[in-house]
Design a protein around this ligand. Structure first.
Ligand code: SAM
Length: 240
Protein backbone atom coordinates (compact mmCIF):
# COMPACT_ATOMS: atom_id res chain seq x y z
CA UNK A 1 0.00 0.00 0.00
CA UNK A 2 1.35 3.42 -0.99
CA UNK A 3 2.78 5.92 1.48
CA UNK A 4 -0.10 8.29 0.79
CA UNK A 5 -2.44 5.70 2.28
CA UNK A 6 -0.65 5.90 5.61
CA UNK A 7 -1.14 9.67 5.44
CA UNK A 8 -4.86 9.17 4.77
CA UNK A 9 -5.05 6.75 7.67
CA UNK A 10 -3.26 9.13 10.05
CA UNK A 11 -5.39 12.12 9.01
CA UNK A 12 -8.65 10.14 9.11
CA UNK A 13 -7.86 8.69 12.54
CA UNK A 14 -7.02 12.19 13.83
CA UNK A 15 -10.41 13.38 12.56
CA UNK A 16 -11.92 10.64 14.74
CA UNK A 17 -9.85 11.81 17.73
CA UNK A 18 -7.21 9.07 17.55
CA UNK A 19 -3.52 10.00 17.30
CA UNK A 20 -1.49 7.31 15.56
CA UNK A 21 2.27 7.06 15.36
CA UNK A 22 3.99 6.07 12.09
CA UNK A 23 4.28 2.43 13.06
CA UNK A 24 0.57 2.15 13.86
CA UNK A 25 -0.36 3.81 10.56
CA UNK A 26 1.89 1.47 8.59
CA UNK A 27 0.49 -1.57 10.42
CA UNK A 28 -3.03 -0.48 9.52
CA UNK A 29 -1.94 0.02 5.90
CA UNK A 30 -0.25 -3.40 5.87
CA UNK A 31 -3.44 -5.07 7.07
CA UNK A 32 -5.26 -3.48 4.13
CA UNK A 33 -2.48 -4.49 1.75
CA UNK A 34 -2.56 -8.11 2.92
CA UNK A 35 -6.32 -8.09 2.48
CA UNK A 36 -5.92 -6.93 -1.12
CA UNK A 37 -3.41 -9.76 -1.77
CA UNK A 38 -5.42 -12.53 -0.11
CA UNK A 39 -8.68 -11.37 -1.60
CA UNK A 40 -7.40 -12.38 -5.05
CA UNK A 41 -7.36 -16.00 -3.83
CA UNK A 42 -10.18 -16.22 -1.29
CA UNK A 43 -13.23 -14.07 -1.06
CA UNK A 44 -12.83 -11.91 2.05
CA UNK A 45 -14.39 -8.60 1.03
CA UNK A 46 -16.41 -7.16 -1.84
CA UNK A 47 -15.20 -3.61 -1.19
CA UNK A 48 -12.92 -2.04 -3.82
CA UNK A 49 -9.31 -1.78 -2.54
CA UNK A 50 -9.41 1.96 -3.31
CA UNK A 51 -12.01 2.26 -0.54
CA UNK A 52 -10.30 0.05 2.06
CA UNK A 53 -9.02 3.03 4.08
CA UNK A 54 -12.36 4.79 4.65
CA UNK A 55 -14.68 1.77 4.54
CA UNK A 56 -12.61 -0.77 6.44
CA UNK A 57 -9.85 0.94 8.44
CA UNK A 58 -11.48 4.22 9.48
CA UNK A 59 -14.94 2.71 9.78
CA UNK A 60 -13.50 0.23 12.29
CA UNK A 61 -11.90 3.04 14.29
CA UNK A 62 -15.25 4.81 14.68
CA UNK A 63 -16.03 2.25 17.40
CA UNK A 64 -13.78 4.35 19.65
CA UNK A 65 -16.29 7.19 19.36
CA UNK A 66 -18.85 4.91 21.01
CA UNK A 67 -16.45 3.56 23.61
CA UNK A 68 -12.79 4.52 23.71
CA UNK A 69 -10.76 1.43 24.64
CA UNK A 70 -8.53 1.82 27.71
CA UNK A 71 -5.26 0.04 28.45
CA UNK A 72 -6.03 -3.41 29.83
CA UNK A 73 -9.47 -3.63 28.21
CA UNK A 74 -10.47 -7.05 26.92
CA UNK A 75 -12.12 -6.63 23.53
CA UNK A 76 -14.09 -9.26 21.60
CA UNK A 77 -14.97 -8.87 17.92
CA UNK A 78 -17.85 -11.13 16.87
CA UNK A 79 -17.71 -12.15 13.20
CA UNK A 80 -14.64 -10.08 12.23
CA UNK A 81 -14.39 -11.58 8.72
CA UNK A 82 -11.11 -10.05 7.50
CA UNK A 83 -10.56 -8.40 10.90
CA UNK A 84 -13.00 -5.48 11.08
CA UNK A 85 -13.42 -3.72 13.40
CA UNK A 86 -11.20 -5.70 15.83
CA UNK A 87 -7.74 -5.54 14.27
CA UNK A 88 -7.69 -1.78 13.57
CA UNK A 89 -8.87 -1.19 17.15
CA UNK A 90 -6.12 -3.41 18.54
CA UNK A 91 -3.49 -1.61 16.43
CA UNK A 92 -4.76 1.85 17.44
CA UNK A 93 -5.12 0.87 21.13
CA UNK A 94 -2.22 -1.54 21.65
CA UNK A 95 -2.63 -1.87 25.44
CA UNK A 96 -5.81 -3.88 24.93
CA UNK A 97 -6.25 -7.61 24.34
CA UNK A 98 -8.43 -8.89 21.52
CA UNK A 99 -10.40 -12.05 20.83
CA UNK A 100 -11.52 -12.53 17.24
CA UNK A 101 -14.45 -14.91 17.19
CA UNK A 102 -15.19 -16.06 13.67
CA UNK A 103 -17.55 -18.80 12.43
CA UNK A 104 -15.94 -19.29 8.98
CA UNK A 105 -12.69 -21.23 9.14
CA UNK A 106 -11.08 -19.92 5.95
CA UNK A 107 -11.21 -16.39 7.37
CA UNK A 108 -9.22 -17.50 10.42
CA UNK A 109 -6.22 -18.32 8.25
CA UNK A 110 -6.16 -14.70 7.11
CA UNK A 111 -6.67 -13.31 10.63
CA UNK A 112 -3.82 -15.48 11.91
CA UNK A 113 -1.51 -14.45 9.06
CA UNK A 114 -2.14 -10.74 9.70
CA UNK A 115 -1.65 -11.12 13.45
CA UNK A 116 1.63 -12.98 12.88
CA UNK A 117 3.00 -10.67 10.23
CA UNK A 118 2.19 -7.54 12.21
CA UNK A 119 3.62 -9.07 15.39
CA UNK A 120 0.46 -8.26 17.33
CA UNK A 121 0.48 -9.49 20.91
CA UNK A 122 -2.54 -10.51 22.97
CA UNK A 123 -4.69 -11.40 19.97
CA UNK A 124 -6.55 -14.72 20.10
CA UNK A 125 -8.45 -16.13 17.14
CA UNK A 126 -11.24 -18.58 17.84
CA UNK A 127 -13.17 -20.64 15.33
CA UNK A 128 -16.75 -20.81 16.50
CA UNK A 129 -20.01 -19.01 16.93
CA UNK A 130 -20.54 -16.27 19.48
CA UNK A 131 -23.57 -17.99 20.95
CA UNK A 132 -21.47 -21.10 21.66
CA UNK A 133 -18.80 -19.08 23.44
CA UNK A 134 -21.39 -17.06 25.31
CA UNK A 135 -22.48 -20.23 27.12
CA UNK A 136 -18.96 -21.16 28.25
CA UNK A 137 -17.95 -19.87 31.72
CA UNK A 138 -14.46 -19.10 30.42
CA UNK A 139 -15.85 -16.47 28.04
CA UNK A 140 -19.22 -15.51 29.40
CA UNK A 141 -19.42 -11.95 30.75
CA UNK A 142 -15.64 -11.56 30.49
CA UNK A 143 -15.20 -8.68 28.03
CA UNK A 144 -15.03 -4.93 28.63
CA UNK A 145 -15.96 -4.18 25.02
CA UNK A 146 -17.77 -6.51 22.61
CA UNK A 147 -18.20 -5.21 19.11
CA UNK A 148 -19.41 -6.30 15.66
CA UNK A 149 -20.03 -4.92 12.21
CA UNK A 150 -22.29 -6.39 9.51
CA UNK A 151 -23.08 -9.62 11.33
CA UNK A 152 -26.83 -9.58 12.00
CA UNK A 153 -29.85 -7.42 12.59
CA UNK A 154 -29.67 -5.73 16.01
CA UNK A 155 -32.35 -7.87 17.69
CA UNK A 156 -30.32 -10.99 16.81
CA UNK A 157 -26.90 -9.42 17.29
CA UNK A 158 -27.51 -8.44 20.91
CA UNK A 159 -28.00 -12.10 21.83
CA UNK A 160 -24.49 -12.74 20.47
CA UNK A 161 -22.86 -9.70 22.10
CA UNK A 162 -24.42 -9.19 25.54
CA UNK A 163 -23.76 -12.66 27.04
CA UNK A 164 -20.04 -12.04 26.39
CA UNK A 165 -20.05 -8.51 27.90
CA UNK A 166 -19.07 -8.17 31.56
CA UNK A 167 -21.37 -6.28 33.91
CA UNK A 168 -20.22 -2.67 33.66
CA UNK A 169 -18.83 -3.29 30.16
CA UNK A 170 -20.27 -2.21 26.82
CA UNK A 171 -21.34 -3.71 23.51
CA UNK A 172 -20.93 -1.46 20.47
CA UNK A 173 -22.71 -2.38 17.23
CA UNK A 174 -21.53 -0.62 14.08
CA UNK A 175 -24.60 0.09 11.99
CA UNK A 176 -25.69 2.27 9.10
CA UNK A 177 -27.23 5.62 10.01
CA UNK A 178 -30.89 4.65 9.46
CA UNK A 179 -31.20 2.59 12.60
CA UNK A 180 -34.50 3.71 14.16
CA UNK A 181 -36.59 0.66 13.18
CA UNK A 182 -33.90 -1.79 14.19
CA UNK A 183 -33.47 -0.02 17.51
CA UNK A 184 -37.14 -0.10 18.39
CA UNK A 185 -37.33 -3.75 17.41
CA UNK A 186 -34.24 -4.66 19.51
CA UNK A 187 -35.12 -2.69 22.67
CA UNK A 188 -36.97 -5.56 24.45
CA UNK A 189 -34.15 -8.02 23.66
CA UNK A 190 -31.53 -5.62 25.05
CA UNK A 191 -33.46 -5.35 28.30
CA UNK A 192 -34.03 -9.10 28.63
CA UNK A 193 -30.33 -9.79 28.11
CA UNK A 194 -29.28 -7.44 30.92
CA UNK A 195 -28.43 -4.34 28.91
CA UNK A 196 -29.56 -0.80 28.36
CA UNK A 197 -29.05 1.38 25.30
CA UNK A 198 -26.74 4.16 26.49
CA UNK A 199 -26.29 6.08 23.28
CA UNK A 200 -26.69 6.02 19.52
CA UNK A 201 -23.80 8.00 18.21
CA UNK A 202 -23.84 9.23 14.62
CA UNK A 203 -20.38 9.56 13.08
CA UNK A 204 -19.45 10.66 9.56
CA UNK A 205 -16.62 8.67 8.02
CA UNK A 206 -13.71 11.04 7.31
CA UNK A 207 -13.44 12.16 3.65
CA UNK A 208 -16.82 10.59 2.77
CA UNK A 209 -20.53 11.43 2.95
CA UNK A 210 -21.22 8.18 4.74
CA UNK A 211 -22.76 8.40 8.16
CA UNK A 212 -22.59 5.54 10.65
CA UNK A 213 -24.55 4.83 13.79
CA UNK A 214 -22.77 3.34 16.78
CA UNK A 215 -25.24 1.64 19.07
CA UNK A 216 -23.67 1.68 22.53
CA UNK A 217 -25.27 -0.74 24.97
CA UNK A 218 -24.17 -0.97 28.57
CA UNK A 219 -24.39 -4.20 30.47
CA UNK A 220 -26.09 -3.42 33.73
CA UNK A 221 -27.27 -6.83 34.96
CA UNK A 222 -26.25 -10.44 34.48
CA UNK A 223 -27.68 -12.15 31.39
CA UNK A 224 -30.24 -14.83 32.40
CA UNK A 225 -28.77 -18.36 32.13
CA UNK A 226 -31.11 -19.43 29.33
CA UNK A 227 -29.41 -16.99 26.94
CA UNK A 228 -27.85 -17.17 24.45
CA UNK A 229 -30.08 -19.80 22.86
CA UNK A 230 -28.87 -22.08 20.06
CA UNK A 231 -27.85 -20.22 16.90
CA UNK A 232 -30.72 -21.36 14.67
CA UNK A 233 -33.27 -20.38 17.24
CA UNK A 234 -31.81 -16.88 17.76
CA UNK A 235 -32.18 -16.19 14.05
CA UNK A 236 -35.58 -17.87 13.64
CA UNK A 237 -37.19 -16.38 16.72
CA UNK A 238 -35.42 -13.15 17.75
CA UNK A 239 -36.29 -12.03 21.28
CA UNK A 240 -39.27 -9.73 21.52
N1 SAM B 1 -17.26 -7.81 10.52
C1 SAM B 1 -16.64 -7.99 9.22
C2 SAM B 1 -16.76 -6.73 8.41
O1 SAM B 1 -17.60 -5.88 8.76
O2 SAM B 1 -16.03 -6.58 7.43
C3 SAM B 1 -17.24 -9.18 8.46
C4 SAM B 1 -18.69 -9.07 8.14
S1 SAM B 1 -19.29 -10.53 7.33
C5 SAM B 1 -20.64 -9.89 6.42
C6 SAM B 1 -20.08 -11.42 8.65
C7 SAM B 1 -19.09 -12.36 9.37
O3 SAM B 1 -19.68 -12.79 10.57
C8 SAM B 1 -18.77 -13.60 8.56
O4 SAM B 1 -17.37 -13.75 8.50
C9 SAM B 1 -19.43 -14.73 9.35
O5 SAM B 1 -18.69 -15.94 9.27
C10 SAM B 1 -19.42 -14.17 10.76
N2 SAM B 1 -20.49 -14.64 11.65
C11 SAM B 1 -21.84 -14.62 11.42
N3 SAM B 1 -22.52 -15.06 12.49
C12 SAM B 1 -21.59 -15.34 13.45
C13 SAM B 1 -21.66 -15.84 14.79
N4 SAM B 1 -22.85 -16.12 15.35
N5 SAM B 1 -20.51 -16.01 15.49
C14 SAM B 1 -19.33 -15.74 14.91
N6 SAM B 1 -19.17 -15.27 13.64
C15 SAM B 1 -20.30 -15.08 12.92
Amino acid sequence: MAAHDTEKITAGAAALGIQLDDEQASRLARHAELLEEWNRRINLTSIDPADFVPLHVLDSLTVARGHRPRAGDRIADVGPGAGFPGLPLKIAFPGTSLVLLEATRKKLAFLEAVTRELGLEDVTTIHGRAEGLGRQPEWRERFDLVTARAVARLNVLVEYLLPLTRIGGVAVALKSASIDDELAEAAPAVKRLGGGIRDVKKVRLPETDIERALVVIEKTRSTPKRYPRAGGEIGRRPLT
